[in-house]
Design a protein around this ligand. Structure first.
Ligand code: SF4
Length: 343
């Protein structure tokens, strides 16, 4: 494959690719708006598909989690379509906390195979709010100056517009939408909602958004559950600060922000009796999730909320998944009927 054309001098002519994986599901409105406001054209990779996942699996270390493998595939899917790939180094998004080490190392991991895969040049701003949240602003201002020669005032204006876009996205999520309702989507991921007959089960769908909402990796789990009549409750529907506060109800504080959100979600749901059962989607070989899983199981047991953990990897099959979620939703329905009969 031919090398992509080099980055042009004029920012307006540059096309930047955002891989549709990992933190795409959390921050696309912010990143896309910020880059567009700097005068760049933004392109996202397509939905995960068989080709994208096999590309990623082929190039990634075997012991990596499936969303990181998919990330490689998404970078490859943007080859020849963009002048640069946006692969930020997201170290910390909260004071005194960290993200998963994979997010810290992602630019290095991709850079290590960039030549071999003939990837476009990488844009890798370092985003680290661990010491001071206000650092974030300067990190992006410096990024805009160093990479595109954009002045501080223009970068600040882009930042404000991007923050507004992200705030609107988060407000829509809290008002009851799921990321799939709001992000650019297509048939595979879109919920084919059919109004179910009879009573609906409230199922808390727990996990990282890149695991829950990647319809190819999870065999369209969201749509399947809704078609089975489940009323889904997801962490994004609760304000971030509420989740963070609820996450403190554990014996030892967690230092991974995204795992705290997951922990906060199950604490909040069980405390307020918001769900009849919980499905926890976690990636095989995920270190942070395997630690948090123990706390989640404990919480569900104490509050007598049925919990099913679904471990996903690149080999997850449709038949096994459907059987398991059908059995789980049937069990929830029987449990509810028994409780009503006894009352
Ligand atoms: S938190 Fe787990 S699933 Fe997410 S990137 Fe890190 S290792 Fe992978």
């Amino acid at each position: 494959m031919a090398h992509p054309s080099p980055i042009p001098d004029q920012p307006g002519a540059m096309r930047v690719g955002i891989p549709r994986s990992l933190l795409y599901y959390k921050y696309l409105p912010f990143w896309k708006t910020f880059l567009a406001e700097l005068g760049l054209e933004v392109e996202t990779s397509p939905l995960t598909n068989k080709q994208i996942l096999s590309w990623g699996v082929e190039v990634a270390e075997n012991e990596l989690c499936v969303p990181v493998k998919a990330f490689y595939g998404h970078c490859m899917a943007l080859r020849g379509k963009v002048d640069a790939l946006f692969v930020p180094r997201v170290v910390s998004v909260e004071e005194r906390e960290y993200t998963c080490p994979k997010f810290l190392g992602l630019p290095d991991m991709v850079a290590a195979v960039a030549d071999q895969l003939e990837l476009p040049p990488l844009l890798t701003p370092k985003l680290n709010q661990r010491e001071k949240p206000s650092e974030f602003k300067w990190q992006l201002i410096n990024f805009a100056r160093d990479e595109f020669g954009v002045g501080a005032m223009d970068a600040i204006a882009a930042l404000e517009t991007a923050r507004l876009a992200q705030r609107r996205y988060q407000e829509s999520l809290v008002s009851g939408h799921k990321p799939l309702d709001l992000l650019p989507s297509s048939r595979l991921n879109r919920t084919r909602w059919k109004k179910p007959r009879g009573e609906r089960k409230r199922i808390g769908l727990l996990g990282h958004p890149y695991n829950i909402y990647d319809g190819y990796i999870t065999q369209n789990l969201v749509a399947r559950l809704e078609e089975m009549g489940a009323e889904l409750v997801v962490p994004e529907m609760t304000d971030h600060h509420v989740l963070m506060k609820a996450a403190t109800d554990v014996p030892k504080q967690l230092y991974w922000t995204y795992e705290k959100e997951i922990m906060g979600a199950i604490n909040h749901w069980t405390e307020n009796k918001m769900v009849d059962g919980v499905i926890y989607v976690l990636a095989f070989a995920c270190g942070p999730d395997s630690l948090v899983q123990v706390l989640i199981e404990h919480r569900a047991r104490v509050h007598k909320v049925p919990l099913m953990s679904l471990t996903i990897d690149e080999h997850s099959g449709e038949a096994g998944l459907v059987t398991r979620i059908e059995a789980f939703t049937d069990m929830l329905m029987r449990k509810k009927k028994t409780a009503e009969a006894v009352a």
